[in-house]
Design a protein around this ligand. Sequence first.
Ligand code: ZN
Length: 402
Amino acid sequence: MIKEINYYKNDMIEFMKGMIPIRAISPDMGGQGEWDRSRYIKKFMESMGFDEIEEVNTMDDKGYTRPNLISKYYGKNRDKTIWIAAHMDTVPEGDINLWKYDPYRATLIDDRIYGRGTEDNGQDLVAGLFTIKAFIDNNIRPDYSVGFMALSDEETGSKYGMEYVMDNYSNFGKDDMFIIPDAGNEKGDEIEIAEKGILWLGLNVMGRQAHGSRPDLGINSNRILFELSMEVDRALHGLFSDQDSIFIPPYSTFEPTKMFSSVQNINTIPGSSSVYFDMRILPRYGIDEVLKTIEGKVEEYSRKYGVEIKIEIVQKNDPAPKTSENSPLVINLKNSIKEVLGVNPKTVGIGGGTVAAMARKKGYPAVVWATLEPVEHSPDEYCLIKNMIGDAEVFYKLIMKF
Ligand SMILES: [Zn+2]
């Protein structure tokens, strides 16, 4: 008799219960990395009967080995692999007093499992593994190979995780495709197929400090910065104003966020002031065009006031090409979701920042999809067991449709 996903419900819960106490926090966030957790997952992978299990590990700048587990179950045709890629790392628990449940115990209550990382990304790490376990146990070879990745470093930028794997794993086929089950809503009807480019940039104005009563002896860096930043804001919104309804919101965003000046008191004219912008830019624009506009304004203001103004680029991520709504991956996923969850999924674009962009930049179609409660990174994070099962059923159906 064929084993359905639901057959594994208790095994999935047990696997989660074993995983959550093994912390996997990035050294950049004060943890020890993913090594111990990866041994737990690898041991399970070895028990499953994959055709290949590989590690694409690297050492980070603090000397920790950052593991990436990559396993494959062959299809009838091995030229193409459908990858499910989940991450092992979690953010820290934060303020422990805000938790009712032990973040590192995986407490089961009704349909919920509480604990840090149970949802992000535990739920779909478990769902992905058991999807493939069902194929193996039932001795069903899908038409194409199915791959599973347990990745490091997602919460701190993926340099040692997805990005490293995309550059260093040598067995990708040119027609591979990626499912990244790491974002989504409660209904499971949102498929992310595009991301905006990201530019985080600081403007620093160097004026001249003086006593608050003698502005004539100084140059007030705040005033210049206020004017400049409003000018930059207006210019960017004017020049890069296109809309694309797939995105939420449908336009590029240019937001002044963090700011500070060199004075903490009221009675000093500041000699140095900074503002940072968080910009999310539609894929149709090049980030360099945006940068050029900013540089033009900075030069103008620097000349006008005779001051030095520095541009600091904190993060610059060109947008990846979007995955087509008409790709078989998107169409098959839509139909699988419809059949399993009974909802009508829509494709969306977001502000940027998932590992899917790293696959898209290499030319692979990639979808970001999962059924998730809005509790990732919060105290008393939990996952719904029905979402864990439902997502696995969707993956199973999707793979069968190829
Ligand atoms: Zn995540």
